[in-house]
Design a protein around this ligand. Sequence first.
Ligand code: NAD
Length: 479
Amino acid sequence: MNIQNYINGKFENPISNEWVDNYNPANGEVYGQIPNSSKADVENAYIAAKSEFPSWSQTTLEERSKILVKISELLEANLERFAEAESKDNGKPISLATAVDIPRAASNFRFFGNAITQFSSESHETIGQNAINYTLRQPIGVVGCISPWNLPLYLFTWKIAPAIAAGNCVVAKPSEITPMTAYLLGDICNEAGLPKGVLNIVHGLGSTTGQAIIEHPDIRAISFTGGTETGAHIAKVAAPMFKKLSLELGGKNPNIIFADCDYNDMLETTVRSSFSNQGQICLCGSRIFIEASIYNKFKKDFVEKVKQLRVGHPSEKSTNIGALVSKQHLEKVKNYIEIAKSENSIILCGGNEVSVKGYENGYYLQPTIIEVKTDLCRINQEEVFGPVVTIMPFNTEEDVLKMANQVKYGLSATIWTNDLKRTMRMSKLIEVGIIWINTWMLRDLRTPFGGVKASGIGREGGFEALRFFTEAKNVCIKY
Ligand code: NAD
């Protein structure tokens, strides 16, 4: 099946007629092609967005809200079709796409459709000077949104929904590895009555299509989620052009387990926070630190539980672990397991590819637990982004804090303890943007979302996203 660009409300082939193969990770076969859009396609998308901007930016909040909520409803009505497409494109279990990815994409539109009706700006009376200041929060104009492959529609819409809610027009690019649900979104937008040109979706490789977006002199802001190296490249290109930038990048998140936690709840959640979506979630807790007094018990119980996870075809309801997203990614993850072995770490379970009957060319890997001797080894410092976690014991709160922070990333952390004072102390000292205490990935869309250090700059979510997608302009009136 061939995917087309969605520009000015219409579906189009790329001008150059250049295409890229799209693979099904569950069987390793090519099942379609996507445009490798060039500068000229991005320019057309930009022109469509620019022409619509004067009208869209003046559309009432009620009208914008109505359209966004309608998109949300249509996504929900098409849940099964979208979930199947997401699972086939990405390799994730259909159960996950049905329960999480597509409902969350729908929530993103509903949430920002509602949030924009509550978004307001400030006014400051300058006392003693007979003056009043008010701040306008104006949409930026045409903005670029670029997203990764791990949660395709979920992260694509996490950017697009606030961008258009705030009155911008968008040139968006999903990952070339998982383009399908973004393609299907075009029809839904038309059906919901989104004016043509508000959202334009161009498909293609990062080095061609993505590069054309970030280099475009009149695309004034870039919201990007993806790898840290790509983020650094985008910052280099965009900074001299003074574009507004939001960068959500990689992570190597600590999962810190104290002996006084609710053990069963912790164990169950830790299996999820380690291996959901084949461990390909930027928030997965890939470095697990366990208080020494319960280390041996945890090690035994965790290995036992993880061995029960079923690796299988994504479309089967009983599958816990689907396929990794691509051959190249599978090789990268396998290579990290070899690196761990060469560093004298111990593979406690997993570590090998899985041959799924009937789908022998799919990209399947066992969930893997690695016991490390030091937190400074490569497997514990570099982002693997697959079904691989490390475990090691710690003795004191000070020791584990040091290890948690001794890494270049700073996205999220999880702490398991019933000691309130400890959670308060540690939450202040851990260098990340998001902390979960006694839970994982419990999301409230109003909260700020993002990381520090090599995990990025800027925050998404709630009013933070609406602030990013608007410019504050102050007006001072003397009376
Ligand atoms: P990636 O950086 O390879 O690609 C992300 C997107 O950027 C893709 O659409 C790609 O085509 C595009 N791109 C690549 N080169 C570009 C260029 N020169 N100019 C413009 N765009 C370009 O990342 P990925 O492999 O798709 O995703 C995995 C990474 O994403 C992991 O590092 C993961 O941690 C990170 N991630 C972060 C978050 C977060 O919220 N912090 C969420 C999900 C994933």
